[in-house]
Design a protein around this ligand. Structure first.
Ligand code: SAM
Length: 215
């Protein structure tokens, strides 16, 4: 299996895939109704590990025009920037989801479509996902939602949304539950006091996940 946790894997893959698009797991057709229940068209949106998915451009075409896409791959960000040059309020930036260069309390919705799955395939997986959730919670407004679409069943994903630095209300829905290939939409809504709790508990979480190497 390819090393989906390795940024170099993605860079090479996107260089080879120039001109193509691909949506992992789900697309706007299947996710649109959930997204529309969460936010209004003027919402400020962050896409975490956007890749070359059409999700964000389809959201834009449907009226969600304030979208900031980030990915670790320079190649894919340049390709998607060129492809969407006609969409002035949509941005494309090379950025690590573990070190998000946006201010606190900035976004109404952060969408992670299978980026958590990629991180969980890599080295230091648990601490890397915890770094991402810490950053995502920080940049969300109170009441804002982290939406993670994953193939991972709740037994393998919920613990990542419940470490002690996180203070959000967690729920999930199953897409195509009756099939052999269901996907899960985890919704984490940031609660009042989350920033203080994160600051107070992060050191302990970081230490325990680094010491235990729980991957
Ligand atoms: C499984 S793909 C999903 C792509 C897209 N979200 C989709 O649904 O089609 C995972 C994406 O995460 C990106 N990625 C991996 N590690 C990252 C990191 N640390 N920071 C930002 N993006 C990362 C990869 O470059 C890749 O585009």
């Amino acid at each position: 299996m390819p090393n989906y946790g390795d940024p170099e894997y993605w860079e090479k893959r996107y260089e080879e895939q120039k001109g193509k698009t691909y949506d992992w797991l789900e697309d706007y057709e299947s996710l649109g109704s959930i997204i529309k229940q969460l936010i209004s068209p003027d919402a400020n949106i962050l896409i975490l590990g956007c890749g070359n998915a059409e999700l964000s451009e389809e959201m834009y075409n449907d009226g969600f025009t304030h979208i900031n896409n980030i990915d670790i791959s320079t190649a894919v960000i340049q390709q998607m920037k060129d492809r969407n040059a006609d969409k002035p309020t949509m941005t494309w930036t090379v950025m690590n989801v573990m070190d998000i260069k946006f201010p606190n309390n900035h976004f109404d919705l952060a969408i992670d479509k299978s980026t958590i799955d990629a991180l969980l395939c890599g080295d230091d997986a648990f601490i890397n996902v915890a770094k991402m959730t810490k950053e995502v919670q920080r940049v969300l407004k109170i009441g804002g939602v982290y939406m993670a679409i994953s193939y991972g069943i709740p037994d393998t994903r919920l613990e990542h949304f419940n470490w002690k630095h996180l203070h959000w209300e967690v729920s999930y829905q199953t897409i195509n539950p009756e099939t052999d290939n269901p996907h899960y939409v985890y919704l984490c809504r940031k609660k009042q006091g989350a920033d203080e709790i994160s600051e107070g508990n992060w050191e302990e979480v970081e230490l325990s996940l680094t010491e235990n190497k729980t991957e």
